[in-house]
Ligand binder design. Structure first.
Ligand code: NI
Length: 171
């Protein structure tokens, strides 16, 4: 197991459209383990393979309370039903230091394969629903900042540049 380096916006690796997985091989299983370790170490509630520079259609999530962790590993995840609207603050390990309110569906049904290749469906609400939508977006090259209004996007770009400059000063 290993903690993987996480790529940050505006790295192009975050903008790829990841193709569907045709089979669940050992490299995908190993990657899922490393991604889970990387997510817990961050700490974060979700991570998608492009964030660690891998073009695989794979996400890991854990939105459960810390005292009762519940890891979800999803291959080829897709949203098959959406309902309602929620507006919650999101952040991303690939956009460090920045948080913003994003509009999402409040309830979703997701379908995916687990690491044994078994098809799973899950009805989600609350943080888990938001997290699934955020992570699946990553597999299509979409970041949460893409959902902001153009005004908020320009504010984000200014603030993020400042944050990056501060980070470089510290290094
Ligand atoms: Ni993210």
């Amino acid at each position: 197991m290993a903690i993987l380096p996480v790529y940050h916006y505006p790295d192009e690796v975050l903008r790829q459209q990841v193709p569907l997985e045709k089979e669940i091989d050992q490299s995908l299983i190993d990657l899922a383990k490393d991604m889970a370790e990387t997510m817990y170490a961050a700490p974060g509630v979700g991570l998608a393979a492009p964030q660690v520079g891998e073009s695989r259609r794979l996400i890991v999530l854990d939105c459960a309370p810390k005292e009762s962790p519940r890891l979800i590993t999803a291959v080829n995840p897709e949203i098959v039903l959406r309902d309602g609207e929620s507006y919650q603050e999101e952040g991303c390990l690939s956009v460090p230091g920045y948080y913003a309110q994003v509009t999402r569906s409040s309830r979703i049904k997701v379908r995916y394969l687990d690491l044994e290749g078994k098809e799973m469906t899950m009805d989600c609400a609350g943080l888990l629903a938001v997290c699934f939508q955020h992570e699946i977006d990553h597999l299509d090259g979409v970041l949460f900042i893409d959902h902001l209004s153009s005004l908020k996007k320009s504010l984000f770009r200014r603030k993020y540049k400042k944050l990056q400059a501060q980070q470089e000063e510290r290094m």
